[in-house]
Design a protein around this ligand. Sequence first.
Ligand SMILES: NC(=O)c1ccc[n+]([C@@H]2O[C@H](COP(=O)([O-])OP(=O)(O)OC[C@H]3O[C@@H](n4cnc5c(N)ncnc54)[C@H](OP(=O)(O)O)[C@@H]3O)[C@@H](O)[C@H]2O)c1
Length: 396
Amino acid sequence: MGNVLIIGAGGVGSVVAHKCAQVPEVFSRICLASRTLARCEGIQKSVKERTGRDIEIARVDADNVAETVALIKKVQPSLVLNLALPYQDLHLMDACLETGVDYLDTANYEPPDEAKFCYKWQWEYQDRFREKGLMALLGSGFDPGVTNVYSAYAAKHYFDEIHSIDILDANAGDHGHPFATNFNPEINIREVTARGKYWENGQWIETEPLSVKQSFDFPQIGPKNAYLMYHEELESLAKNIKGLKRIRFWMTFSDNYLKHLEVLQNVGMTGIEPVMFEGREIIPLQFLKALLPDPASLGPRTKGKTCIGNVMEGVKGGKPRKVYIYNVCDHEECYREVGSQAISYTTGVPAMIGAMMMLTGKWRGQGVFNMEELDPDPFMEKLNHHGLPWEVKELA
Ligand SMILES: NC(=O)c1ccc[n+]([C@@H]2O[C@H](COP(=O)([O-])OP(=O)(O)OC[C@H]3O[C@@H](n4cnc5c(N)ncnc54)[C@H](OP(=O)(O)O)[C@@H]3O)[C@@H](O)[C@H]2O)c1
């Protein structure tokens, strides 16, 4: 039924390839392309062993629009899934526009030389996608992604109006390394070291990095300190959830992680400005990335669970209501199923489901969409079938 081109053979790209291969009735043909063909070969082999399916592979530099256009013309997909890095978003959207193909990603565009992510650049593609009758689905991971769908689902079924959303993301996984990031270290550290920001009464309020925390009792994990951070879904949800007065995002970090991060920051290793080293320019954060464990290598070592969900307050039938929607995911179970840890898994499954929604016509539209703008029901149903079941708790 659907022929898809997956770009980016990293942790998330690998999960997406496996999960698409598990659903042959929707994903009849799969091609995985990345800069390093050897990574694609490894995933191709694992998909064959685990699902019995053959996927095609190709080499592409997604920053080179002409190269991607040539690959799209060869593969003839109905959808390009961008699981490379946020730096490639605009180049891949350009290639999709040129070839008349729909687009999906899991993270919004970020310029390589500035630690600033926002939807502005991709929302500017609205008219071009609309005019061509194409659909671009932005942020189809877990957060952003499922957290946006949870918000839309709560707005549809649990509230007349949602007044506050707190997105809480806990990773209680232990990989045994003194310091490692669960997804691309460069993207992860840029995000964590940025100033915090939340939205209240129509205004953005900034905080010092990781300076605001709360203890939250996560289901199946227990109480953990969660730190206020800026996260990209806040921007679209603040715009799209009617009646919202406040939205914040919180993520847990262990004391050990924070101690390492502080030292690395203090010595300048998290910087993104080039420095001269032995006659050549290097970017400290990129050098640090080369030293840190590859997130894909954490899979076999990581034990424990993740829990991500939304605590939402508002009114229903004139009465106040507080609802928590969440998923708990187990690192070792993910590894057994697809050979990856839960961070890649919780991102890759929603990317596959987003693609499924588009290919089966459940989610159709012309232009650029954030997840909360589409009907949450079919997506929520598929989460339960494809490895990310959710729970709803009424809180006092
Ligand atoms: N929404 C969410 O919940 C969520 C959560 C986690 C991550 N993410 C996003 O998911 C994406 C993938 O993350 P990840 O952890 O899988 O990262 P990763 O392991 O570093 O993988 C990224 C892959 O992109 C490929 N790539 C980079 N530049 C490329 C280019 N110019 N052309 C072609 N391929 C290129 C790399 O390929 P080569 O190795 O071949 O160079 C790498 O394998 C990122 O955008 C991340 O921000 C979203």
